[in-house]
Design a protein around this ligand. Structure first.
Ligand code: PMP
Length: 407
């Protein structure tokens, strides 16, 4: 009989041969200040194993370890339960979800917000629900945006990274083409989508210029603030920092980075949220966000808004960037993500290994995750790193950099 199954062994071997195979590696976390202990081999907890300073977490404000955030999750688990038990549209809706959505809408300056079970689900659900005729997408946008476009079967026009002039010319080209076909460009729905902070390059999208281009062509703008929410003005993202609430139709992100929880959200007009409640399949056909996750995110957003964590994070970012640049490292970006670009992949791996030997974890990012010749170490400080931690990180970079011959 024919074998109509799947040769998974071959597939895995091919990944191994290409040096692309990835594996899960559990760590015993000691959350405060980004410390973790080496993998325990499955036995928890192992608090006497080697500890390392981590500069590689998206827990930017260190709030996964905040007592208030943990208490919110604990109390909600005890009173509301650990899981939503059903889709929000059936019996999974709770006041905890409503509180989170009210707070998100307030911070984002929108009519309403809607919580999803992940940022991935928020992107895929929103783009497929809107069914745009054309999406204009930054070339470095997150995979969940790319997958949303694929699933929606929409025509996707990719523009150069953070290049509003290139975006404008793509909008113009499209308008010309439709007119040339005797069509009416105004009859098409166009969505411009961009991350606000890009996770591998640390770049910040030129949102005001993107909005100008959108306005000139009547397109909508959707901004993924996964790496920005909680870190900018009033606990918002770059949209808030630049006062663009009225020009960005869709703000969206994750609850899993600065907001120390799990889940995603979309914020926008009442009509948008009403449509997503009906048409976003990743919302309609998926169990509601776990109430403790919603409560933790609400509390984290409150702390991000009113506490001093944001200021501490940005002080740490400035200290690290200054230190790395003054040693002569090439540090890209203009956000809390500091990519130290060394170029060659073997140099990047050697530098990361040397830093690790000195008790600091900063992963090397290499092709195919980034273009050849731009291998880098992605340094991410947290609000909970103290001055000594920053100095330890800088010293590890100096010693390992000299050892590898990069300084
Ligand atoms: N958008 C961006 C820009 C992201 O970086 C991520 C997470 N890596 C997501 C969306 C997906 O969010 P989540 O992890 O909540 O699915």
């Amino acid at each position: 009989m024919a074998d109509r199954g799947f040769d998974l062994e071959d597939r895995l071997e091919a990944l191994e041969e290409d040096d692309l195979k990835r594996a899960l590696s559990p760590v015993d976390r000691v959350a405060e200040r980004g410390y973790f202990a080496e993998p325990s081999g499955g036995e928890l907890p192992v608090l006497d194993s080697e500890e390392a300073l981590v500069f590689a977490s998206n827990n930017y404000l260190g709030l996964t370890d905040d007592q208030r955030v943990q208490d919110a999750a604990r109390q909600t688990a005890a009173t509301v339960g650990t899981g939503a038990g059903a889709s929000r549209l059936v019996t999974g809706d709770t006041m905890v979800h409503r509180d989170l959505e009210r707070l998100l809408a307030e911070v984002k300056g929108t009519d309403r917000a809607l919580a999803f079970s992940s940022g991935y689900a928020a992107n895929v659900g929103t783009i497929t629900a809107l069914e745009p005729d054309v999406v204009f997408s930054d070339e470095l946008n997150h995979a969940s945006i790319v997958d949303g476009c694929r699933l929606a079967g929409t025509e996707t026009v990719v523009y150069d990274h953070c290049d509003a002039a290139n975006l404008r010319s793509k909008l113009e080209e499209r308008a010309e083409r439709v007119r040339g076909d005797d069509g009416d460009p105004d009859a098409e729905s166009w969505l411009i989508v961009t991350d606000s902070v890009f996770s591998m390059d640390g770049t910040v999208a030129p949102l005001a210029e993107i909005c100008d281009a959108a306005d000139a062509f009547g397109a909508w703008v959707m901004v993924d603030e996964a790496h920005a929410t909680g870190l900018y003005a009033n606990g918002g993202g770059v949209v808030q920092a630049e006062g663009l609430e009225d020009r960005v139709q869709i703000q969206l992100g994750t609850l899993s980075k600065a907001l120390a929880s799990q889940g995603g959200y979309v914020a926008g007009s009442a009509e948008l949220i009403e449509c997503l409640c009906n048409d976003a399949r990743s919302f309609v056909f998926s169990t509601g966000l776990a109430p403790p996750a919603a409560a933790a995110a609400s509390e984290a957003l409150h702390v991000a808004r009113h506490g001093g964590a944001r200021e501490r994070l940005w002080e740490n970012v400035a200290h690290l960037r200054d230190g790395l640049e003054s040693m002569g490292f090439d540090v890209w970006g203009d956000s809390q993500i500091l990519p130290v670009v060394v170029g060659d992949r073997t140099d990047a791996i050697a530098l990361a290994d040397g830093i690790r030997e000195r008790g600091v974890v900063v992963p090397a990012i290499r092709p195919p995750s980034v273009p050849a010749g731009t291998s880098r170490l992605r340094v991410v400080p947290m609000a909970t790193h103290d001055r000594d931690d920053i100095i330890a990180c800088l010293e590890a970079f100096r010693a390992a950099g000299e050892e590898v011959g990069l300084l």
